[in-house]
Design a protein around this ligand. Sequence first.
Ligand code: S3P
Length: 192
Amino acid sequence: MSEEGTASPAIAGGRFIVLVGLMGAGKTSLGRRLAKATRLPFIDSDAEIEKAAGCSVSEIFERFGEAEFRSGERRVLERILDGEPAVVATGGGAFIDAATRALIRAKGVSIWLRADLDTLVRRTKRRDDRPLLKGGNPRDVLKRLIAERYPIYGEADIILDVDDEPVKESTERLIEQIASFAQQAKPVSAEP
Ligand code: S3P
């Protein structure tokens, strides 16, 4: 199961595989690896928003504000989830939007990559282009977002703890969990 391309693209029963969770949880790196293993396309929703807007996420926040970013994010995810099944790494706020969450629920299997505060602080230090972390002490911001968002991420179909584990191992565990989720779930075509 762990080797590239050895899990089936049908592993999630025709659903999208949608990764959710806070900044620094590893949605993009785990998503890329999972896409390779399942031979599904990989889509990063932030990258799609940047393509559609013709500028970076930071620039969208600066020029138009967070509310405008959120509505763009909703539109882009609607378009992505209207296409062919893929592994989708979402931006940390996407699953918090009720409409986006309902769409993900209808079309995909949602996976929360759960990480603790220390892991998130450590991993978010690798990049300095996240607008929400520029406005204050990153640890304080992440702590507040954990309090606000973790109850909502908890609605995901699968919860995967990703602290202290190399992404390769997390991906292998996740493949097994997706397969057993899909076996128990109703076929995607039978869902409303
Ligand atoms: C955000 C997370 C970012 C990006 C934007 C807002 C959030 O994505 O969408 O900066 O609200 O948590 P990542 O989670 O991929 O860093």
